[in-house]
Every structure is written in structure tokens, then in C-alpha cells.
Design a protein around this ligand. Structure first.
Ligand code: KG4
Ligand code: ZN
Length: 341
């Protein structure tokens, strides 16, 4: 397929955790292809992601996934304007497969390389289906590894207002799910089984920290659930798994919503972006939508497939870096502990 001069065509590559994914995006809005090869089935029997297995799987799948993405977009490497790849945060072995693969592809194709921060990309997943998003805005990033409230003044200009001091929201959901025997990943399992439970059955604590703090703490809330289960076991009682799941999901959502509302009040923004795997949670979406609707604040979130790890969000973030002329050197390395600054 011929590329017209004004077209910006980005190949996005994601391998930070347990999804190998590639997408071809034209002009930041037209997703021509999106391939996600998930390793969930492989890791499920271990109750979580095994890093060594994850990098091996990425090595096996990266090339075919990229080729499929190009084929579906009816393009070749020479049609591309740039290749964008996640360089952190994530599992070091997994990141290295993506970074070295993308470097080799970009070098061979003679196109620039763009290094993408995975956390930023989760937020940018919102700009793919919604091109009319207005700044300033607030983003609630809730994933398996992070829980951040971020104030954005413009593209690339942001400030972290609050973050978790211990477990991320998704991590707490995953750990509780594992204890309840619900399997991995836990967030979707908790959401599924919570539908049959009573969210008021257990009064788990809501950790709000200092009254004006925008930070989060989910580890004590998670421990409260584990203590409840242990005490019941010692008494020889069996508790209702759906009731526990529903009550814990409600506690997590309550804290996320209350802190987000505090941040909105403080920044007076008129737009909230939801991002990260936990943004797929329907109770969180519904509660925020009801609460924000009363205050004329616009709630934006990506479809579930763009909430969890995917190559389309990497390509979208890559598009904005491309416009800013922000390219990576050939020495780009994986940075497992990369954060938003
Ligand atoms: O963003 P993500 O795919 O990977 C990271 O970058 O961490 O997020 C994964 C997290 C997991 O903790 C998973 O349990 C959670 O997102 N998650 C959900 C839902 N779908 C995924 N949590 C609650 N409800 C969901 N529907
Ligand atoms: Zn992620």
C-alpha cells in the first residue's frame, strides 16, 4: 500500500508483561490492525506471571505477531513512519525482547524508533477512540502495578498528584482473588463473581490516609479480607465467596472514587480519563459515571480491549511522540522500574 506524504503510520509494539501485541495506526486515529497474543492461559496454572516463561513466549511470538499486524494492515515495513515500543516499566526480560526486536526492525527498515512509557500509553489509549478530549484533565491510572492520579495540562505535560504507597488496586484484587481460589487475573474474576454477591455483607475498611491526601493504600484493605477469611476458617465457618468478592470490590471502588472526586475538586478539571486494566471494571465505570454526571465532568474511558495491555495504545502514544519529534537513540534500553515523572 502506498503511503501519501501526509500520513503518519506507526507500528506499536508491546511486550512488558504477558501480552505480545502489535498494531498499525494511521494518523493517530485509524487503527488498521491490532494483534494481541495473550499468555494468560500459560501463566494461569502458576497463579500469576512467571517472568522467565513470559520472555520466552515473547521471543516466540513477537515476529509472527508483528508480521500479522502488517499483513492485516496490508503494509510492509517500508510503509512505516516509525516503530514505537514499550521500554518500561515491566518485566526486564519481557521488555528486552520488545526493545531489541523493535530496534532491529526499525534499523533494518530505516525508520525512527520511539521509546514509550507503558504508563503513559495506558492513558493515551483514551485518545484513540476519543479525539475531542480537552485539556486540562485528570487521569486515574489503575493497573496491576500502579495506581496514580495524574493532572495533565497538555500533551506530555503532567504532574502526579497521588499514588499508592503499597499495593496497586489491581494487585490487591489479584491477591484477594487468588486467596478466594478464583484464579488469575483476579480483577475480572472478582467482578464476575461479585455479581452474585452482596456488597454490603462485609464492612471492609476504606483506607483514606490523611484527610487531604490523594495517595492510596490497598495493602491494609487486602489484609482485612485475608484476616476475615482466616478467622472464619479457624472457627470452622465457610464464608460466601461472592459476598467477600462483592464487598472487597465495593471497598476498592469507594476509595478510588472518593480520592478521584477530591482531586477533581482541587484541580477543577472538566474531564477525567480512566486508564489501565482496572479501568475495565464495570462498577468503577458506573459509579464514576453517576458521580461525575451530577457535576458536569466528562468521563472518558477506552473500550475494555484498550484498557489491558495492548499494542494500539503504544502506537497512539507513539503518534504524539512522533509529532513532537521525540525519537529514541539506538542505545535505547529496557527500564523495568520506569515511572511517570
Ligand atoms: O494494565 P494491565 O493490563 O497490566 C498492567 O500494566 O498492570 O492491568 C492488569 C490488572 C490486573 O490486576 C487485573 O486483575 C486488572 O487489571 N483487571 C481488572 C479487570 N480487568 C483487568 N480489575 C477489575 N475489573 C476488571 N474487569
Ligand atoms: Zn499495563
Amino acid at each position: 500500500m502506498e503511503k501519501s506524504n501526509h500520513e503518519v503510520i506507526i507500528l506499536g509494539v508491546e511486550t512488558s508483561c504477558d501480552e505480545t501485541s502489535a498494531a498499525v495506526l494511521v494518523n493517530g486515529t485509524e487503527l488498521r490492525s491490532h494483534v494481541i497474543s495473550s499468555q494468560i492461559m500459560t501463566h494461569q496454572k502458576y497463579g500469576g506471571v512467571v517472568p522467565e516463561i513470559a520472555s520466552r513466549e515473547h521471543s516466540l511470538h513477537l515476529q509472527p505477531v508483528v508480521q500479522q499486524a502488517l499483513d492485516e494492515a496490508m503494509m510492509t515495513f517500508k510503509d512505516l513512519s516509525a516503530i514505537a515500543v514499550t521500554y518500561g516499566p515491566g518485566l526486564v526480560g519481557s521488555l528486552l525482547v520488545g526493545v531489541s526486536g523493535a530496534k532491529a526492525m526499525a534499523y533494518a527498515a530505516g525508520v525512527p524508533l520511539i521509546g514509550i512509557n507503558h504508563l503513559e500509553a495506558h492513558i493515551y489509549a483514551n485518545f484513540l477512540p476519543h479525539q475531542d478530549i480537552e485539556f486540562p484533565l485528570l487521569a486515574l491510572l489503575v493497573s496491576g502495578g500502579h495506581t496514580h492520579l495524574i493532572f495533565f495540562e497538555a500533551h506530555g505535560q503532567y504532574k502526579i498528584l497521588g499514588r499508592t504507597r503499597d499495593d496497586a488496586a489491581g494487585e490487591a484484587l489479584d491477591k484477594v482473588a487468588r486467596t478466594l481460589g478464583l484464579g488469575y487475573p483476579g480483577g475480572p474474576q472478582i467482578q464476575r463473581i461479585a455479581q452474585e454477591g452482596d456488597a454490603q455483607a462485609f464492612k471492609f475498611p476504606r483506607a483514606m490516609l490523611e484527610p487531604d491526601s490523594l495517595d492510596f493504600s490497598f495493602s491494609g484493605m487486602k489484609s482485612a479480607v485475608l484476616n476475615t477469611l482466616n478467622s472464619a476458617r479457624m472457627r470452622g465457618e465457610t464464608l460466601s465467596v461472592p459476598d467477600i468478592a462483592a464487598s472487597f470490590q465495593q471497598a476498592v471502588v469507594d476509595v478510588l472514587v472518593r480520592k478521584t472526586m477530591l482531586a477533581i475538586k482541587r484541580t477543577r478539571v472538566k474531564t477525567l480519563l480512566l486508564a489501565g486494566g482496572v479501568a475495565a471494571n464495570s462498577l468503577l465505570r458506573q459509579t464514576l459515571s453517576e458521580t461525575l454526571g451530577k457535576q458536569s465532568v466528562r468521563l472518558v474511558y477506552p473500550p475494555p480491549i484498550l484498557c489491558t495491555d495492548n499494542g494500539a495504545m503504544i502506537a497512539t502514544a507513539g503518534y504524539y511522540h512522533y509529532l513532537a519529534g521525540d525519537f529514541a537513540p539506538w542505545t535505547l534500553n529496557a527500564v523495568p522500574g520506569l515511572n511517570l515523572t
